[in-house]
Design a protein around this ligand. Structure first.
Ligand code: ATP
Ligand code: MG
Length: 141
C-alpha cells in the first residue's frame, strides 16, 4: 500500500509528565510531511484525547499513526481494563476518572465525544478485562 509513514509510541499508565508526548511527536511528523494545518488539528485533538485516556483509564498501551496518500489513521490500543458500556462512555459528561485525574484537569467526559467529532471515521472496540481499541481516520482531501 501507499504508506508514507508508520510510527508507534508506547503510552504508560498514570504518567502525567510524559502523557501527550506521542501526540506531539505525531503532530511534528505531520507538519514535516506538509499535512494541512486544519487536518493536523483534527488529528491532534483525537490523538491527544485517546492518548490521555490510555494514561488515565488504562494499564498502558500504545498509539500508532499511519499516513497514506489519501488519509491518516490513528490507532490507540491498551491492555485493559476495557469499557463495559461503550454507548454510555460515548455520552458527553460521562466519566469514571479518578480524583487524581480530575485534579490534573481531566474527567470532563468529553474526550470520546471530541474524538468522534474530529474525525471522518471512528471505530471503538473493547473487551472488559482485556483491551480497548480506538481507530480513527481523517481523509486528506
Ligand atoms: N482506554 C480506556 N480504557 C478504559 N476505559 C476508558 C478508556 N477510555 C475511556 N474510558 C471510559 O470512558 C469514559 C469516557 O471517556 P472520555 O474520554 O469521554 O472522558 P474522560 O476521559 O473521563 O474525561 P475527559 O476526556 O473529558 O478528560 C471514561 O471516564 C472511562 O470510564
Ligand atoms: Mg478522556
Amino acid at each position: 500500500m501507499d504508506e508514507l509513514l508508520n510510527v508507534k509510541y508506547d503510552v504508560a499508565s498514570g504518567d502525567f509528565i510524559r502523557g501527550g508526548e506521542a501526540s506531539s511527536n505525531i503532530k511534528k511528523l505531520l507538519q514535516q510531511l506538509g499535512v494541512r494545518n486544519d487536518i493536523i488539528k483534527r488529528i491532534c485533538v483525537a490523538c491527544y484525547e485517546a492518548e490521555m485516556n490510555i494514561v488515565i483509564h488504562s494499564v498502558g498501551g500504545y498509539i500508532e499513526a499511519k499516513v497514506f496518500s489519501d488519509r491518516i489513521e490513528i490507532t490507540a490500543f491498551d491492555n485493559g481494563p476495557g469499557i463495559e458500556n461503550i454507548d454510555l462512555a460515548l455520552q458527553e459528561g460521562y466519566s469514571t476518572a479518578s480524583n487524581l485525574a480530575r485534579e490534573m484537569g481531566f474527567g470532563g467526559g468529553m474526550g470520546l465525544p471530541n474524538i468522534k467529532r474530529s474525525c471522518d471515521e471512528f471505530y471503538i472496540d473493547s473487551k472488559v478485562g482485556e483491551y480497548t481499541k480506538i481507530k480513527i481516520i481523517v481523509y486528506l482531501k
